[in-house]
Design a protein around this ligand. Structure first.
Ligand code: SAM
Length: 331
């Protein structure tokens, strides 16, 4: 069969690869192979799998370069497969979590997004994603844990900026508080306000207000479509606006504009899409945001316009290894 024919077949069947990755991660296979190779019966017994079926899943992922099989039927992780371990620095296992389960089910309904421009999650589950999460605590815990796991990589351009002029940072939609905790630990003069939905902050509060930074923190539950806390001078929106279409993102920005002092700053930690279509991984995330939430990733020109439509001037974009920091001031 021609290369082109094979390539298109693989593209058509691509979800089998991502689901195979999801399943082996759910079983904990990459962690069982940390620093050692194992025979299939041993590995299957450790993760509670059928040895024949596990071998067939793993061989698909051997072909993808994530696992290796030696001549004696033992499996090991490759360098790429190491990224699926929970404790590898820069691990992608949290991304696997976010792409699996309910997100994968929503993709089964994705024709709805193409036809309507709206999210498919609501079509599949009868209510929007964040509302559904508030009624499904174990999925919500997993979502918060996965988001927190990805914060480390997002944080770098934020941690490295100059914080000397800042006093109080408000982390809007800050989830478990991982980002603001790191920020306060790195910059001892900063105070922090963690803001998220009431059911999210009720879980985060005890962790965030931990002993070493507890006297510099406060936690506020609320809805960013109604209002956001006053009294900050730097407002952080990390992976928030891409969850929403321009109208909803605009409401969040307008509420930030009402709360922020004239001398304040808005720091948006998000992806910036290239102006020309490429096989950029962020283009996949753009579609995922549409299908899951009706949201979108944005190009620099779109960021500039969205901000100026809601009272901010885009000052700079600092690229990081994954996300960028888009810095804006009241117009
Ligand atoms: C994609 S997560 C980002 C979490 C975190 N900022 C990060 O960088 O990992 C979006 C966050 O927005 C919060 N959120 C969703 N709707 C909200 C609302 N109406 N008001 C306040 N927070 C909301 C969610 O609970 C979640 O923590």
């Amino acid at each position: 069969m021609s290369d082109i024919n094979n390539r298109v077949r693989k593209q058509i069947m691509g979800y089998i690869i991502s689901q195979a990755i999801s399943v082996v991660c759910e079983l904990g296979v990459p962690d069982e192979l940390a620093n050692e190779c194992r025979s299939l019966p041993d590995l299957a017994a450790r993760v509670g799998a059928d040895a024949d079926a596990l071998g067939r899943f793993l061989r698909v992922l051997v072909a993808e370069g994530l696992f290796a099989e030696d001549g004696a039927g033992r499996f090991a992780l490759t360098e790429a497969g190491e990224l699926l371990r929970v404790d590898t620095p820069g691990s992608l296992c949290h991304l696997v979590g976010l792409m699996s389960n309910e997100a994968y089910v929503a993709w089964g309904h994705s024709a709805h997004s193409v036809r309507t421009g709206k999210e498919s999650f609501t079509e599949a589950f009868g209510k929007p994603y964040f509302e559904w999460l508030s009624e499904n605590p174990s999925a919500a815990d997993e979502f918060d844990r996965c988001q927190a796991g990805l914060v480390e990589v997002r944080l770098l351009p934020l941690l490295n900026r100059n914080w000397t002029e800042a006093t109080t940072v408000v982390d809007i939609g800050g989830g478990e508080g991982t980002l603001i905790t790191r920020l306060l630990r790195n910059h001892a003069h900063l105070r922090g306000i963690l803001f998220d939905l009431p059911h999210v902050v009720s879980e985060s509060a005890s962790k965030f207000c931990s002993a070493d930074i507890g006297d510099r923190t406060s936690v506020v539950g609320g809805n960013f479509f109604e209002e956001v806390p006053q009294n900050g001078d730097v407002y952080v929106l990390s992976q928030i606006l891409h969850d929403w279409d321009d109208e909803s993102a605009g409401k969040i920005l307008s509420n930030c504009r009402r709360a922020i002092p004239e001398s304040g700053r808005l720091l948006i930690v998000e992806q910036v899409l290239p102006e020309v279509a490429t096989a950029h991984p962020m283009a996949l995330l753009d579609l995922h945001m549409l299908v899951l939430l009706g949201g979108r990733e944005r190009m620099a020109t779109e960021w500039r316009r969205l901000l100026s439509d809601h009272g901010f001037t885009l000052e700079s974009i600092t690229a990081g290894p994954r996300s960028s920091v888009i810095e804006a001031v009241p117009a």
